[in-house]
Design a protein around this ligand. Structure first.
Ligand code: TYD
Length: 194
């Protein structure tokens, strides 16, 4: 089973992942993330740090990182029968690059999905930590070009579209509440799912 955690910057994904690691809910599951810690992921981070990076080139860097992540980590773990949980996954591309490429394509979200469709492995379930863009930008400290409230508002619209298209896969958790409440809901949701 492949579970993913999605949400805006500042939605609290990373602390929820830590809580899941520390709890016994997932046992010895494979915990992973995108961008990865491989050199592909390093290339992505260089691009994120570059204010003037070309958004289309950036999409393909993230997508290359995803391909390597699937080949090296996700598929082998699923083949072993592991539960895999990933902090960000393909939906981050659909939502974030769907926003950075909005002025380049008539339907950027559809374009980014089409780039993935022939070869990706869709998640079985996705927890979406729902936070408003202002809270997300404030909590994340707006440390990179994606973390401004204006950009996050576009990203959130794209996430909403993904949820509407695939209501059975997504589980929405209100992440504007105190961290302990959000963590407790995530742990309970994951326990139910596995
Ligand atoms: P993030 O998971 O927030 O990394 P960190 O914990 O190092 O801050 O991801 C980094 C940024 O990259 C974040 O602003 C979201 C963005 N992102 C995309 O734009 N597309 C993607 O496909 C992924 C995985 C992340």
């Amino acid at each position: 089973m492949l579970l993913t955690l999605e949400g805006l910057d500042g939605s609290g994904k990373t602390t929820c992942m830590e809580a899941l690691r520390e709890s016994s809910v997932l046992g010895d599951a494979t915990f992973t993330r995108e961008p990865t810690t491989s050199w592909y992921g390093e290339a992505v981070r260089r691009s994120v740090a570059d204010e003037h990076a070309d958004p289309l080139a950036e999409l393909f860097l993230y997508t290359a990182d995803h391909a390597a992540h699937l080949a090296r980590t996700v598929r082998p773990a699923l083949d072993r029968g592991d539960v895999v949980i990933s902090d960000r996954y393909s939906d981050s591309r659909y939502a974030y690059q769907g926003a950075t490429l909005a002025d380049r394509f008539e339907d950027a979200v559809a374009f980014v999905r089409a780039v993935h469709r022939p070869w990706t492995r869709p998640p079985d379930a996705t927890i979406y930590l729902d936070v408003d863009p202002e809270t997300g930008a404030r909590r994340s400290g707006a440390t990179n070009k994606f973390e401004t409230a204006t950009h996050l508002a576009d990203v959130r619209d794209n996430y909403e579209r993904l949820l509407a298209d695939d209501p059975d896969r997504f589980l929405r958790i209100d992440a504007s509440r105190p961290a302990e409440d959000v963590r407790a809901d995530v742990l309970a949701a994951v326990e139910r799912l596995v």
